[in-house]
Design a protein around this ligand. Structure first.
Ligand code: NAP
Length: 493
């Protein structure tokens, strides 16, 4: 357990004002809002509560810095990102503790997120120097075709609370590598990690105005005018499909470039030829990583009828043995959910499923303790059309349904408006290829419960979003292709 003294020392050392144009400054009229520790429900800190005028100042700072940053040699941009990678890594314990305090996950998971989040800085530091155009002879000969990649320009980044560091670095790193300046608005539930990260960027010498941080409790009111402002060239959002839809509507008014990483509803398929013990290990990772609060969380366990009884029993036993407790306690496996509202939403999904006939094999209750904890829960005997199978649960709840044929399994997996990720356990190679081609998702995990990797393109199809983050693809979300037509070398001068 980290001590209360080390926790308050870290909290007291954090910047809590807005970071605009390289300056830490209070919000207009000194407005502030509170950040809570979900393990206790008590206040951790207060941060500046930006107004519309602060939003305008942040965008203005990003616009002012754009030309110089876009013209900064790629190697210099990359080296600043690399320095940020080193510094975040050196301060891994502080970032991990801070995320555990404001978001709730265990310290082990927070340390994992620091490694994952920092890696976007290293990956894109290396990509900054690999931005290429091309030169071609037109098919009919004669003219020449030249293409350049140019930074899109000032970008607005809006991030969710579930991965406070990684969702910020997954956007900031490619934007900066591409030569874009940014305004970032972290979730109001977890703004502290982004503020600490901005301090790291300041310390490594990032020029003023390249990254600006707006914390606000009035997201819609403060973001709308920025999205409507013609100086903004790009919106990158990670969050719920509902909010993503409404932001897309606003962005459409200006035909703004957008990237949308939205909700998921991942199927986890277990075929009759699976290694069942490996499938159970994968299921626990895919379900309980981040306390189930991940867009990539396995949301529906779709299990072949021949393995159903064994899978349900083993998953129930393993879920039931998890210890709930504050993430700062090294003995706890599962921290609290993010808020009382989210915890109540998860419980309502479970009670509704039970009323509709589901069998609760373990869990299913709100434990009697402070904080927003929820018992790890396994639901069995669900009908294929049970409403919970259409909802993103965002908590430690595992519903199980069965299938008898591969085509039925694929149909069940694809029966959702979401299409982020799917997991499958099978030892049949040809089945693997059929699944890779037929599952209607942006990412497939075969015999693994985790697919996230900074070197891979992360993103979804259908209502799970638009665009990709990470991998070679990630930087292209912040680049425009410009084409220059030229006469060929034989043209008369
Ligand atoms: P959310 O409610 O959609 O909020 C996401 C962000 O948008 C927060 O910063 C929020 O600010 C802001 N926001 C909310 N309403 C807004 C508005 N009208 N205008 C401008 N900004 C607005 O989502 P969440 O509850 O934080 O995160 C959970 C969701 O994120 C899940 O659906 C999950 O699947 C998704 N997610 C997707 C990915 C992915 O890569 N596909 C990754 C992680 C999470 P406030 O905090 O002030 O409300």
């Amino acid at each position: 357990m980290t001590t209360a003294a080390s926790q308050s020392e870290l909290i007291d050392s954090l910047p809590t004002d807005l970071f605009i144009g390289g300056q830490w400054r209070p919000a207009r009229e000194n407005a502030r809002f509170a950040v809570e520790n979900p393990a206790t429900g008590s206040e951790l800190a207060t941060v500046a509560d930006a107004s519309i005028a602060d939003g305008d100042a942040a965008l203005a700072a990003a616009v002012t810095a754009q030309k110089t940053w876009g013209d900064t040699p790629p190697r210099e941009r990359g080296e600043l990102l690399r320095a940020a990678f080193e510094k975040v890594t050196a301060r891994a314990d502080d970032f991990a503790l801070l995320m555990t305090l404001e978001m709730g996950k265990s310290l082990t998971e927070s340390r994992g997120e620091v490694t994952y989040g920092a890696e976007f800085l290293r990956w894109f530091s290396e990509e900054a120097v690999r931005i290429h155009g091309r030169y071609a002879v037109a098919p009919a000969g004669g003219s020449r075709l030249l293409t350049l990649q140019r930074p899109v320009g000032p970008s607005l980044l809006i991030t969710p609370w579930n991965f406070p560091l990684a969702m910020a670095t997954r956007k900031i790193a490619p934007a900066l590598a591409a030569g874009c300046t940014v305004v970032i608005k972290p979730a109001s539930l977890t703004p502290l990690t982004t503020l600490l990260f901005a301090q790291v960027l300041e310390e490594v010498g990032l020029p003023a105005g390249v990254v600006n941080v707006l914390t606000t409790s009035n997201s819609s009111e403060v973001m709308d005018p920025i999205i409507a402002d013609e100086r903004l060239r790009k919106l990158s959002f990670t969050g719920s499909t509902e909010v993503g839809r409404s932001l897309l509507k606003s962005a459409s008014q200006r035909v703004l470039r957008t990237s949308m990483e939205l909700g998921g509803n991942a199927p986890f398929l277990v075929f009759q030829d699976a290694d069942i013990d490996a499938a159970i290990e994968g299921a626990l990772v895919a379900k309980l990583r981040n306390i189930g609060e991940a867009c990539t969380a396995a949301n529906r366990f779709i299990v072949h009828e021949s393995l159903h009884a064994e899978f349900a029993r083993k998953l129930t036993d393993r879920m039931a043995e998890k210890t709930l407790g504050p993430g700062t306690d090294e003995n706890s496996d599962l921290g609290p959910l993010i808020s009382e509202k989210e915890r109540d939403k998860v419980h309502a999904l479970v009670t509704d499923a039970q009323k509709a006939g589901a069998l609760i094999k373990t869990g299913g209750a709100v434990p009697n303790r402070e904080g927003w904890f929820y018992q790890p829960t396994v639901l069995d005997d669900l009908d294929a059309d049970a409403p919970i199978l259409q909802e993103e649960i965002f908590g430690p709840v595992a519903p199980i349904v069965t299938f008898s044929t591969e085509s039925e399994a694929i149909e069940l997996a694809n029966n959702t408006e979401m299409g982020l990720v799917a997991y499958a356990y099978t030892r049949d190679t040809t089945r693997t290829l059929r699944l890779a081609e037929q599952l209607d998702v942006g990412m497939v995990g075969i015999n693994t419960g985790i697919v996230s990797n900074p070197a891979a393109p992360f993103g979804g199809v259908k209502q799970s979003g638009l665009g990709r983050e990470g991998g070679f693809e990630g930087i292209h979300e912040y680049l425009e292709t410009k084409y220059v037509g030229l006469p060929g070398p034989d043209a008369t001068p």
